[in-house]
Write a protein that binds this ligand. Sequence first.
Ligand SMILES: C[S@@+](CC[C@H](N)C(=O)[O-])C[C@H]1O[C@@H](n2cnc3c(N)ncnc32)[C@H](O)[C@@H]1O
Length: 263
Amino acid sequence: MTIEIHHADFLEQVDGIADASIDLIIADPPYGLGKDFGNDSDQKSGQEFLRWSQQWLEAAIPKLKESGSLYVFASWQYSPELFAFLKTRLTMINEIIWDRRVPSMGGSTRRYSSVHDNIGLFVRSRQYYFDLDAIRIPYDEETKKARSRSIFVGKKWLEHGYNPKDVWSVARLHRQHSERADHPTQKPLELIERMVLASCPPQGRVLDPFAGSGTTAAACARLGRQCLTFDINPEYVAIARARVAAILQPQHPRIFQESSCPE
Ligand SMILES: C[S@@+](CC[C@H](N)C(=O)[O-])C[C@H]1O[C@@H](n2cnc3c(N)ncnc32)[C@H](O)[C@@H]1O
């Protein structure tokens, strides 16, 4: 299995990736909200942020295979513009709302407290890969029993689990969480693994242009997919490599230490 974790600016390396070589892009870019990633990547003003977003999206899209998919994380502040732009290039399949399950403790006083991310799912063509069976959610015995009317018996959704909906309620990672690494916006593996299972075939190749703590790389290592990631912060790159090494240790992973970008 090849997991490549590069310390590099995605836009400087993207030309080295072959067109139509990627099954799935999972992009969790800076949000345009002034977060501190140990660099100034999230300090762009509104118009500058949107211009930069269009630039990396234009560069990334041709890397997708015809059957490929893109998941992109966005904030409510910019998702309307980003999704409208993406709809001119790709087909929009879903807007997924990630409910971060933020505990209720006060919050905003002049507006409703924001507790979700907007995730756009876009595809290149109607022949996109999507493995529903890999992400079915099994019922617990009690609920299953309650739904066991004769007309439902034998239904796949009852026996093997129901089809996930477009609101994903998954708690963000608390400081004490066993998955937690030193990154301010680390995503839970549960979210990313669902994307990988649903939208990348086994042994397929995933691209994460903004890897952070390496959640996508870790998910790919766990699920047997190839992965190619970039981040400009060397400390996050080290964290990502360590996470993947901890998962793959006995199998001696092939992790590139260079920022050169083999196809
Ligand atoms: C929202 S975070 C990603 C978090 C990641 N999904 C995780 O679970 O840890 C965005 C990351 O993009 C990185 N970044 C910003 N600009 C970049 C660029 N041009 N190329 C590559 N990485 C960049 C930042 O350093 C930051 O770690």
